[in-house]
Design a binder for this molecule. Sequence first.
Ligand code: SF4
Length: 468
Amino acid sequence: MNVQEKTIEYGKNSQIHISINPNFWQLCKPFQQVSKDDFLSHRWQVKHTVYGFEAINTFLRSVASSDVVEQVLLGLRLAPMAVRLTPYILSRINWLNPIADPIRRQFIPLANEYEQDHPMLTLDSLGEQEDSPLPGLVHRYPNKALFLAQSHCPVYCRFCTRSYLVGQDTHTNKKVQYEKTIKHWKEIFKYIDSNREIEDLVVSGGDCYNLSPKMLEYIGNGLLEIPHLRRIRFATKGLAVDPTKILSDREWTDTLTRIVDDARKLNKHVAVHTHFNHPNEISWITQSAAKVLFERGITVRNQSVLIRDVNDNFDTMATLIKMLGDMNIQPYYVYQHDMVRGVENLRTDLSTNVNLEKRIRGITAGFYTPTFVTDCPCGGGKRVSCSYEYYNRSSGVSVYIAPSIKSDRAFLYFDPLVSLAPDIRKAWLNPDEAQELCNEALSKVNCISSEWKNSYLNSIASLVQLRN
Ligand code: SF4
């Protein structure tokens, strides 16, 4: 089958070619004989989802060289996330060149791409467990909370910020377990009900796509009954990795629509937050699914992660923003890649983020321009990436403050080791020198308490020792 392409142009001299094959999945050998009706069925997608070591091994042997398969199998032994991929997303990978493919990079590890973790990395990099009054609920910002209704997704992203709890255990990562029953959800509703300052709730996990219509309804109704809760966001990457659900799982889509409509009658707002990172994730099926949501009056916003060699260049990011806008999906955030374990080859340094934001701003209307943010390690919350108090490109340390969240602390983000000069890289592996690099950065910020600063600096030596 010939590859049919559409050229998207924006700005001066910028264009990207997008595949628009109507039956694009038939380019992927295992799906060559799959009919349009089957491929568009969410049930079929779930039934043929590639899940676990053996299944990915079998799939890859039909589409990739033995070298690639070997590197993937070795890579999976090091990975903090299990592998799970829908036929939809597998069919968006260019299997003629999987090594360079931006979708393959996000979901399928190669052992020979691994880079040494920065010693300041932790598994729960945002310190969510510290801000959890109950398992499955993160309450960090005064008027916002995050409800982790369950811990599974239709696909698993290598770079998941919640790799400490999402998905199955892997060879290197035993996941945090917590109760995900209706009984426990009731406890969470009770907590939200008794904390009147909570106006805004993100329902995530895991992915809301994996909630059955009954569960979705139960959660939606339960939350809408809480008088002070004004806004609810259902987080799902589903639209990007299996848009067929919106088109073929009518019960789920109708339930979501009903919750949105009920909220509107109560003068409240329910939205969907989704997660596209690259234009290649978008097909005519995605566009049809997004149209259904738009026609039903459902607000959809997108949160991308900035990923090295996936979307860290102007052409790709600008195209993604344009294509999202054309689907009436608001490009809301671009996140600096979190400092999670085992995916250092996907992280960019902070300057890439700041420079890209400079180029992006102005290509379209402000309300369709994403804010580039850094979710501060250790629970500082999201800060606009360029709003750091201090950034040393040579040591790779940036410092943020979050006066409305934790006013006596600072929050440090660290560029990947590979982006630093060899002598600085070496310094990070020495506990005393690592402490000195952090001390130098913290000395530029006035508002932090000396008690917090001392305890932070003391924790660095043990963290670095642990990694060595
Ligand atoms: S869909 Fe979201 S929660 Fe699930 S693995 Fe990907 S980033 Fe993590």
